[in-house]
Design a protein around this ligand. Sequence first.
Ligand SMILES: *Cc1c(COP(=O)(O)O)cnc(C)c1O
Length: 353
Amino acid sequence: MTASYFRPSVDAMTGYTPGEQPKPGTKIIKLNTNENPYPPSPQAMEVLRTIDSEWLRRYPHPFADDFRHSVSKVFDVPYDWVMVGNGSDEILNVVVRACTEGERKIVYPTPTYVLYKTLAEIQPTEVVEIPYNENFDLPIVELVRAKGAVTFIASPNSPSGHLVAIDDLRKLASELAGVLLIDEAYGDFAEESAFPLVREFDNVMILRTLSKGYGLAGLRLGFAIANPALLSGLFKVKDSYNIDAIANAVGTAAMLDQDYKNQCVNKVKASRSKLAAGLTKLGFKVWPSQANFLLVQPQIDAESLYLGLKAQGILVRYFKQPGLADKLRITVGTDEQNDLLITALSSLLVEMK
Ligand SMILES: *Cc1c(COP(=O)(O)O)cnc(C)c1O
C-alpha cells in the first residue's frame, strides 16, 4: 500500500456535502438550499452591466473597502469593524484557521450548520457538540463548561429555524473566555438581531451573508462585524485578494438598496406563514421559523417523500442524520412554487399511504 498523499485528518473525513445544484434553466422547483426566490436588486444588476474592463485588469481592493463602507453605513458601525469574506463560509474557515488547533476547541449546539464540523475536521481541532433539548433552549451552562476557543451559534439556526434570544447570547458572551461567533446568515428574515452585542463584548462577532436575504448566493459575499482587535488576526489569515472586483461593486449596490431587500424579505415572510399553514393542514408538524425555510415532520417516511418530490422535479433538503432523518427542510419559495409543492405533497400522501 502506498502512503497517502493527504494528512491523516483529511483522509479520515468525508467532506461537506452541499445541497444538490441542478444546472440553471433546468425545470425544477428548488427548495433545498435556502436561496431567495427573488432576483438581486435591479441597482446591483445595473452595476454588473456597466463593469469597466479596467477593474478586471487590475487586482481588486484587498479588503473590499467599497463594500465595507456600505456595511458601515447600513449598520452604523465604523468601517474598520467590518471584514468581508468570499461568502460567509470563507470567514468561518478563516476563524477556524486563526483561532483553533488541537485542544483549542470548537464548541456548538446541535443540530446546526454541518460546515462547522467539516472545518474542525480539516484543521483538525477538537469539537464539543452539545445537543439542544426539544424546545431548542440554549444550553448555556454546558457551552461555557466546554471552554471553546470558538463557540458557534447559528441564529436563526439551520435546520431548526429557531432564533436564539439575545439575552441568552448576552449571558453566554459574558461567561465565555473564547470567541462567540453568532452566525446570522438568516438574520434578514428574523425579528431580532444580536448585533448590539458586538459593542458590548470584545469577544463577540456577528456573521452575515448576501446569499439568503439579498438573493446573491452566486456572487459569494459575506461579512463579519466585530471590534478591530478581534478582526486583526483574521485579516492575517485570509487570502490577500479574497473578494473579486465584481463582487465588491455589485455587493455594494445591493447593500445600499435596503428597500429592495426588505421588500423581498417581507414577501418571503408572508409566504412562510402561508406555507406553514398549508403544511400543517396536510398533517405535518411544522416548527416555528424565523428563517426562509421550514423544518417539518411528515406523518409518513421523510426520505420516501423527499425522493417522491424529487421524481416530480421538486427539490427539498433531507438530512440522513440522527434526529433529522424523519424530517425535511423546505426553503420558502414564491407563493406559486409553494402551491405546487403543496399540490405535489397532497397527491404523494395519498399514493404513499
Ligand atoms: C447559508 C449559510 C451560510 C453560508 O453562507 P455563504 O455566505 O453563502 O457562504 C453560513 N451559515 C449558515 C448557517 C448558513 O445557512
